[in-house]
Design a protein around this ligand. Sequence first.
Ligand code: SF4
Length: 356
Amino acid sequence: MDALLELRDVSKVYGGGMFGRTSTIALETMSLTIFDGKPTVTVVAGESGSGKTTLANLLLGIVEPTTGRIMYRGKDLTETSAAERMIFRRDVQVIFQDPFESYNPFHKVDRVLRAPIRKFRRARTEDDAKKLISGALEMVGLRPEDTLGRFPHELSGGQRQRIMMARALVLQPRIIIADEPVSMVDASLRATILESLLRLNRELGISLIYITHDLTTAYQVGDSAIILYQGIVAESGSVDLVIKNPKHPYTQQLVDSIPLADPDLRWGRNTAATATDEDTGIVHTGCKFVRRCPHAMAECSERRPPIYRTEARHGVACFLYRESPALASAELERLLKDASHPGLANIESPMMDVNR
Ligand code: SF4
C-alpha cells in the first residue's frame, strides 16, 4: 500500500533555536502515515498545549517542520511544483472547530460552496457544479432546498458545520483533517455530525484525521488513537486498546477523569483542575510527564522514554513497560495499521453516550 500523507520524524520548534531553553517545542519527533487505498479514522487527542494544532497545521502544509519531512504521494511538500501543491491543497481538506469563523457573513451558502469548485476547477459546466453541490449537501444530511440561498446567520451551528463538511466534499478530497469539529456544537447534535463524518469515511473512502480534546468522541469515531502530551506521543495504537485499556499514566488519568453523568462536561477538565502550573511546566530532559506522574522513578528524569510496543497494536512511551520492545519513531505506523472502529451505532462505550 502506498503512502498518501506522511510525517517522518517531524519536530516543530518555535523561537530560541533547536531544543534550546528559550524555545518552545510544539511537536517532537512525530511520525504518522495515512495510506492510499485504505480509508482510516486516526484520532489525535490531547489537552491544550499538547501539539494538536501544530500537528494540524503541519499536515495542511500551513507551517513547515523544523526537522523531519512531510510527504504527499512520496514527495516532500517543500519540493512540490505549483501544480502538485494545488493537488495537495485540493486533496487534503480541513474542517475547523468554529464554523461561523470560517464564513464571510455577507456570502450566501451557494457562494461558499461554489468558490472551491471554481478555484480548483472541479466542474466543467454550471450543471456539473450544481450536481456537485447538491450531492455534497445531501451526503452531509442537508437538503439543498433548505440551505441554498441562505446566509450563515440563518443556519444553526450544526447546519453551518455541515456546510463546512460539504465545502470540503465538493473537492472530492482524499483526506479530511477534522480539528475539534464538534466542540462548539450542542451535545444533542454531536452524534449526528460525527455520524456524517464517518459516512464520508465509509462510503466515500476519505481518510479522517480527527483532532480532539475529547476522549469520548475519540473512542466513538476512531480506528486508532494517538495521545499527545506536550508535543510527544504518550501512547498510540488501536482506539479500543488505548482508551479501554490505557497504559500510560497520563492516558489513565485522562480516562479516569471522563465524566459519566453530565454530557456537557468534557474530557480533561478534572485533570486540568488538579494539575498545578508547576506540575505542567515544560520538561526538557526525561519524560515530560514526570512532574505529574505517580509512578515516576529516577530514570524518568534522566532520559526520554521510547515507545514500547506492549501489544501488536499498542505502544506506550513509559519506562514502566521497558520489558517490551522499543520502537523507533518511524515504526509507529505499525501500531496504527489495520485497526478498526466499532462504529457509532453499536458501540459499547465505557463512557458517556453522546446520543443522549
Ligand atoms: Fe511516569 Fe516515568 Fe512512565 Fe513518565 S516514564 S509516565 S514519569 S513512569
